[in-house]
Design a protein around this ligand. Structure first.
Ligand code: NAD
Length: 497
């Protein structure tokens, strides 16, 4: 089956899978490839070629040349092209949303939401066109001391599979606006949306070479990219294991790295919270994208005085989610991204039960012919989860809501902070003093109070501890794509002028 049969004539992906190297589609037929599988059916959508060492070298070399000219363009000129790209992404958002759904598995409606986020990242980047790009520091008479920002050069972006289109834009838009070129290595499972987006940026008039997409396994294609002498920075979203390996590689070259890794978000519900709202949000924050989000509610801690009441509310919401074909309107949840991820989640639930947890809702694969192929798992709720269980400390990345109780504030904070991760946390209480105390005490980079996510493009998505380094979004995320140059200008009599 050709891509045009799946995605329609004139698809951004062309008739057969190709890499995007410096604005050109590169069909490679004599190399190793990875199949892209529709997780809802188990069917193969495409075979995407791996970029060879020569192809990675070509992408980075072309990027380095294009970047020098791009950096000389004004901020307004760069913003004009990126604004056009944003509008074209909007124009093609239905097609790209469908690509996301077919390769990743999230319901089409949610993929449309992802495309909105993709546009928002471009909007934020474009908003930087009138930024202050440096400082003048008070110094001696007849001297000016300038500290100004400069792009880094060629950025390597290594992407995960959970939001393949949004995270592409989250990294590409600020990197380009700041005057860099970027070479993207999408996740093996979801390369098609990145390839489609590269076509859109090319059509928006992005100079050739500034953006390439090279596909293949992380340790192969990703490593080649990081090791290339002209790559000056790596930004990656994915697992802590992958992030650690990338950091070690980048250390050899001493280049900056921005990492957004796993999480183990505690979702804390105090007795004085609005319980209806907290229960609804606890489920949404867990089941979003079938639980495959680094900010997901990974363990719900509930004050023991309201535990039974809250468990009943949560159970009602979890039971109401019935997975369905992600292309069907109103489908609340699709499959997990791959059989490997589904098997991992299934094994974690089994282990939790062996260790004493109780399955209150779901707990396995859904029944019925529709779910026989593909990587489906039921929305699941576990009660009686305690801190000695593996599931209380390991990232689940699946639709499994774990309910634990607490009775003592200090014990709760110690448990919430005991994870090696430090990305997101949620707190529900109507008492301002309680909320502020929890914000002070939690060792997490992003805290949601009485509301679920997602994060916004003007915020700062930053993980503490094993959840990452640096971060994405907003003014602080944009800073990652810059370095500083300090210049001393002597112009007075003391300098012979
Ligand atoms: P992963 O870290 O292996 O992959 C993420 C990206 O990093 C992919 O593009 C991959 O090719 C690349 N990569 C991995 N190792 C690399 C290396 N040594 N050098 C260069 N590139 C490398 O993650 P995964 O296997 O796709 O998912 C496994 C787990 O990671 C999930 O179960 C989940 O816990 C976590 N995850 C987190 C996020 C997030 O948003 N933080 C996203 C996806 C996965």
């Amino acid at each position: 089956m050709t891509l045009e049969t799946i995605f329609g004539p004139g698809t951004l992906l062309g008739d057969e899978p190709a890499l995007m190297i410096a604005g050109e589609r590169r069909v490679l037929t004599d190399v190793v490839s990875t199949p892209v599988i529709n997780p809802a059916t188990g069917g193969v959508i495409a075979e995407v070629p791996h970029a060879s060492e020569e192809t990675v070298d070509e992408a980075v070399t072309r990027a380095a040349v294009a970047q020098r000219a791009w950096a000389r363009r004004t901020h307004q000129e760069r913003a004009e092209i990126l604004a056009r790209a944003r509008d074209l992404i909007e124009l093609h958002s239905e097609e790209i949303a469908r690509i996301v759904t077919l390769e990743q598995g999230k319901p089409l409606e949610h993929a449309r939401g992802e495309m909105q986020a993709a546009q928002n990242f471009f909007d934020f980047a474009v908003s930087q066109k009138y930024r202050n790009i440096g400082e003048m520091v008070a110094t001696e008479s007849g001297e000016q001391l300038l500290v100004r920002e400069e792009p880094i050069g060629v950025v390597a972006a290594i992407l995960p599979w959970n939001f393949p289109a949004a995270i592409f834009c989250r990294k590409v838009a600020p990197a380009l606006m700041a005057g860099n070129a970027i070479v993207v290595k999408p996740a093996e499972l979801t390369p098609l949306s990145a390839l489609a987006l590269a076509q859109v940026l090319d059509a928006a008039g992005l100079p050739a070479g500034l953006l390439s997409v090279v596909c293949g396994p992380g340790r192969e294609t990703g490593s080649r990219l990081i090791d290339h002498p002209s790559v000056g920075m790596v930004t990656m979203t994915g697992s802590t294991r992958g992030g650690r390996e990338i950091l070690a590689r980048a250390a050899d070259k001493i280049i900056p790295v921005s990492l957004e890794l796993g999480g183990k978000a505690p979702f804390i519900v105090f007795a004085d919270a609005n319980l209806e709202q907290a229960a609804k949000d606890a489920v949404e924050a867990r089941m979003w994208n079938a639980g495959q989000v680094c900010t997901c509610n990974e363990i719900t801690y509930v004050d023991e005085s309201i535990y039974d009441e809250f468990a009943a509310l949560v159970a009602r919401h979890v039971a109401a989610i019935t997975p369905d074909d992600p292309l069907v309107d109103g489908s609340p949840m699709g499959p997990l991204v791959s059989e490997r991820e589904r098997d991992k989640v299934e094994a974690m639930v089994k282990e939790a039960v062996q260790q004493g947890a109780t399955v209150r809702v779901g707990g396995g694969r859904p029944g019925g012919a529709q779910f026989e192929a593909g990587s489906w798992f039921q929305p699941t709720m576990l009660t009686g989860v305690t801190s000695d269980m593996t599931i209380a400390s390991t990232e689940v990345f699946g639709p499994v809501l774990s309910l634990a109780s607490f009775h003592d504030y200090d014990d709760l904070i110690a448990k919430a902070n005991s994870t090696p991760f430090g990305l997101s946390a949620y707190v529900y209480s109507s008492n301002l003093h309680t909320v502020m105390r929890v914000i002070d005490d939690l060792e997490f980079g992003e805290i949601y109070v009485n509301k679920a996510g997602p994060e916004r493009q003007q915020g700062f998505h930053t993980g503490w501890k094993a959840s990452g380094l640096g971060g994405d979004d907003g003014a602080h995320g944009y800073e990652r794509y810059l370095r500083r140059k300090t210049t001393y200008v002597g112009y007075g009599p003391a300098y012979g002028q």
